[in-house]
Design a binder for this molecule. Structure first.
Ligand SMILES: C=C(O[C@@H]1C=C(C(=O)O)C=C[C@H]1O)C(=O)O
Ligand SMILES: [Mg+2]
Length: 460
């Protein structure tokens, strides 16, 4: 039995194909559906998507998006102007799409590398300086309402139509899907721990010498499994264990970059712009009392407040350049996640004139929460002393729509799945009175969300 929405999707696709004019290269159809479990959709779409899947959910679960397959891909592999090139291509693409103007049209998903000027390793070959895709099949669950959007070429699309038909048929099967984790972690390596500790000590002394104010240094741990890790299993655990985070995944061939980040980079909703200052960290307590004590300590600790202040000052300045009014509380509050608590200051502004989301991303990335202060000196320092190719870790990842609204998170608490191997990443803000071993402990706490989701150790 084919349910109503599946029939409607196919009818609409055929109708649009008939009416498409010569300026139309793509057609995009949107149809409301009954509730569809986003993880089931992600999982069932493995074959359909040919190694191109995207997952996004925000902390409030206001928007959950799952993209399968690729209708069109925008890629930048050189250093300059990557944000504006993506924007330009997206606008060009949208003009060639025929879609029902009552609907939202197609969405664009993807991310950027942390620093195009850092020397690259082979690990991140599938993740260029910018890559954003328009999925062929998209599940949107916005404030609880589900819909499917199909975007395909308007001509010569027999192959795509067949694949869509098969995927829709797969979706209506009643079969429940099991996502058990049957890969076991057999080894965990910390990569270049001693070099990293030396880099933190060096950065601390450079900061004391007045060279710069703050620099964020990150490191990597690598896990080996006995089998290929299924990204659906990891996503499921991240959604269960980190309900107040952005849960994201970007799959590219046999690699999948995913994570659960508490940090918003920017959100744009017409003239409302939002950002978040998140810096300053301590672990959660084992009891309620200890947890409160640790939180109160964090709210008053001068080193952590100093780390946090750089972020607030920079984001305020960046937002004031484009907004009439910027609302920022005077004091940070606490953001408590399962494994860690942070100093947190939300930022809200009203844009003065129409401003594009990607130009906001360009202004804000990297904030001093992931780069440092001043930005260009901190980036140079990271290039020079950090023993890591960050790839997409600590970078903007997110989505935007045809009107230019959307949201980007900072891709921290993340890892890169590659067959039987996973690299996970964590960094911390180094200031003048940082102690390398305490910073090392802080990165261990920041590894926990990914380690637990992967079923590595440190599950406590
Ligand atoms: C760099 C990371 O986290 C960032 C650094 C923080 C800090 O040093 O206190 C806190 C939150 C994040 O902005 C990470 O999780 O890898
Ligand atoms: Mg810190």
């Amino acid at each position: 039995m084919v349910t109503l929405y599946q029939n409607k999707i196919q009818e609409q696709l055929h109708m649009m194909m008939k009416t498409a004019n010569t300026n139309t290269s793509f057609i995009s159809v949107n149809e409301k559906t009954d509730n569809i479990d986003p993880l089931r959709f992600f999982h069932l779409g493995e074959e359909f998507s040919l190694g191109q899947r995207f997952f996004w959910s925000d902390p409030a679960n206001e928007a959950v998006y799952v993209g399968l397959g690729c209708a069109y891909s925008i890629e930048v592999s050189h250093h300059e102007n990557r944000f504006m090139e993506v924007e330009h291509e997206w606008k060009r693409f949208i003009k060639q799409v025929m879609f029902d103007q009552k609907g939202r049209g197609p969405l664009l998903f993807g991310g950027f590398s942390f620093d195009p000027l850092k020397a690259k390793t082979k690990r991140w070959v599938n993740f260029p300086e910018a890559k954003m895709i328009i999925p062929m099949m998209l599940l949107s669950i916005v404030k609880g309402d589900s819909s499917i959007t199909i975007t395909i070429p308007s001509k010569n699309n027999e192959e795509e139509l067949l694949r869509i038909e098969q995927m829709l048929a797969l979706l209506q099967q009643e079969k429940t899907v099991q996502y058990e984790h049957n890969a076991t972690c057999v080894k965990i390596f910390e990569i270049e721990k001693d070099e990293w500790l030396t880099a933190v000590a060096k950065a601390t002394s450079d900061i004391r010498n007045g060279e710069l104010g703050k620099v964020v240094l990150a490191r990597e741990a690598r896990l080996l499994f006995d089998k290929r890790i299924n990204p659906t299993v990891v996503l499921k655990r991240l959604r269960e264990q980190q309900p107040f985070s952005y849960v994201f995944a970007f799959e590219n061939g046999s690699d999948c970059f995913l994570g659960a980040s508490p940090e918003q980079l920017v959100k744009k909703d017409d003239d409302m712009c939002y950002s978040t200052c998140l810096a300053g960290s301590i672990r959660r307590g084992k009891t309620l009392k200890e947890d409160k004590e640790l939180g109160n300590w964090l709210l008053q600790d001068s080193k952590n407040l100093h780390e946090h202040r750089f972020v607030v000052d920079m984001i305020r300045e960046a937002m004031l350049e484009v907004c009439d009014e910027v609302i920022i509380p005077d004091q940070p509050s606490l953001l408590k996640m399962r494994d860690i608590q942070h100093l947190y200051t939300p930022v809200k502004g009203f844009s003065r004139q129409p401003i594009s989301l990607l130009s906001l991303v360009e202004r804000l990335h990297p904030t001093p929460a992931l780069g440092g202060t001043p930005r260009s000196k901190a980036l140079r320092k990271i290039r020079e002393i950090e023993p890591l190719d960050r790839g997409w870790y600590a970078s903007p990842i997110g989505w935007l729509d045809a009107k230019g609204n959307g949201e980007f998170a900072v891709a921290i608490r993340s890892g890169l799945l590659q067959g039987n191997e996973v690299s996970i990443f964590a960094g911390c803000g180094v200031v003048g009175d940082s102690d390398p071993l305490s910073e090392y402990e802080e990165t261990r706490v920041k590894f926990k969300p990914m380690l637990s989701a992967l079923g590595g150790s440190e599950n406590e």
